[in-house]
Design a protein around this ligand. Structure first.
Ligand SMILES: NC(=O)c1ccc[n+]([C@@H]2O[C@H](COP(=O)([O-])OP(=O)(O)OC[C@H]3O[C@@H](n4cnc5c(N)ncnc54)[C@H](O)[C@@H]3O)[C@@H](O)[C@H]2O)c1
Ligand SMILES: [Zn+2]
Ligand SMILES: [Zn+2]
Length: 389
């Protein structure tokens, strides 16, 4: 089959690789019909290269048709239309029982690398599809076929009828945004700030307004992302057009700041020379510009919800200031299956979240390298690229 294979930093190719086969009684094989490129893929495309190996199949936002199931897979059958969550969870361990699916203890990577990268000596969480050698090194879903481990629990059956794009983002974007919003705990009528207006930030903003936030202020510097957000009722701030984002946000919020803020940027934040130098000199793996701005614009007693991915320590983290300001902080990988039942009713024909307008580019699988390039460089208006194997 054909699959998107990692060959090196900013070098992905479409290669012929062996077809996957059932290995365990809890596996399924899915023929992929749509598979998206995520902002998280940009991290392993570039900064997380040390955690990748040549030959890795990437991708974690797939959906398709079940081809074959193992003996212990009962809730799906060949011919079913399914979306595959990006985290691989058993559904019945200590953490899965608490809906902490991204912490599943039956799929964690127990390798030396996974154990060594955690500065607290606690290893990494549940395995993820197509995501490095600290998250299980599981072949990913940007491919014609995918072997789905733990398929007795993971895959989400979706109805026939609407386009793939109505449901595809259940694999990641929608549950990630939903969890970010739940964690942000915006009071009814309150003001939410969203840093980063990629797919995650766009959906956080739409969900917040749909769920009763009074106002959403969105920060980015990419023209088409700012204008898409304002089309959905977001008050936008172009961070490259103002001297100080914090002061602009404080002016908009009676000088007190936001009730809650979501960091939907993560480790590739742009806009700070210091951040770039720290990253280039390997003093700090993550660029924390957006995170710092986000923290500085929250009101006392407000909430910070981090959905952008960070990988390591941050220099001069203002812990004492967060303590003094009594800011609540919540974060983490999305526990995908936890939120599916909440989101599904919003994917009916009224499509209140506009899932189908997120896709800007549809490409055959063979053109994945081009998709990665335009998405990383924010060229040609790319916001979400969907590959069709
Ligand atoms: N927690 C999870 O489970 C989970 C799941 C999916 C994605 N993510 C993470 O969420 C983040 C966003 O994902 P995405 O797919 O929307 O990615 P994306 O790369 O499309 O979006 C990031 C956006 O941030 C903007 N940005 C860069 N620097 C900024 C700054 N200083 N201030 C404000 N905005 C800035 C960029 O212009 C871009 O529009 C990524 O870090 C991704 O890894 C986390
Ligand atoms: Zn993703
Ligand atoms: Zn589990």
């Amino acid at each position: 089959m054909k699959a998107v294979v990692w060959h090196g930093k900013e070098d992905v190719r479409v290669d012929n690789v062996p077809d996957p086969i059932i290995q365990e009684s809890t596996d399924a094989i899915v023929r992929i019909t749509s598979t998206a490129i995520c902002g998280s893929d940009l991290h392993l495309y570039s900064k997380l290269s040390p955690l990748m190996r040549e030959g890795d199949i990437i991708g974690h936002e797939p959906m398709g048709i079940v081809e074959e199931v193992g003996a212990d897979v009962e809730h799906i059958a060949p011919g079913d239309r399914v979306v595959v969550p990006f985290n691989i969870s058993c559904g019945h361990c200590y953490f899965c029982d608490q809906h902490l699916y991204s912490q599943c203890e039956n799929t964690r990577d127990e390798g030396k690398l996974a154990r060594s990268v955690n500065l607290l000596g606690r290893g990494r969480g549940a395995s993820l599809f197509g995501y490095t050698h600290v998250y299980g090194a599981v072949p990913g879903g940007q491919a014609e076929y995918l072997r789905v481990p733990q398929a007795h629990f993971g895959p989400i059956k979706v109805p026939e009828g609407p386009s793939d794009e109505r449901f595809l983002y259940l694999s990641d974007v929608l549950p990630t945004s939903w969890q970010a919003l739940v964690y942000a705990d915006v009071p009814e009528g309150g003001t939410l700030g969203v840093w980063g207006l990629g797919p995650i930030g766009q959906m956080c903003a739409r969900m917040a307004l749909h769920q009763g936030a009074g106002r959403v202020i969105g920060v980015d510097n990419v023209a088409e992302r700012l204008s898409l957000a304002s089309k959905w009722g977001v008050q936008t701030v172009d961070f490259s057009a103002v001297d100080n984002v914090r002061d602009v946000v404080l002016d908009l919020t009676d000088g007190r700041g936001l009730d809650a803020a979501i960091d939907a940027v993560g480790m590739e934040a742009s806009g700070s020379v210091v951040g770039s130098i720290l990253q280039a000199t390997k003093l700090q793996l993550d660029r924390a510009t957006a995170l710092r701005e986000c923290m500085s614009a929250i009101r006392r007693g407000g909430t910070l919800s981090i959905s952008g991915v960070y990988a390591g320590p941050i220099q001069a983290f203002p812990l004492g200031d967060l303590f003094d300001m009594q800011i609540q902080v919540r974060m983490g990988q999305a526990n995908v299956r936890r939120w599916v039942d909440d989101i599904m009713p919003l994917l009916g024909d009224e499509d209140p979240l506009g899932t189908e307008d997120l896709k800007t580019h549809e490409l055959p699988l063979e053109e994945a390298p081009h998709g990665y390039e335009i998405f990383q460089k924010k060229q040609d208006g790319a916001i979400k690229c969907v590959l069709k194997p």
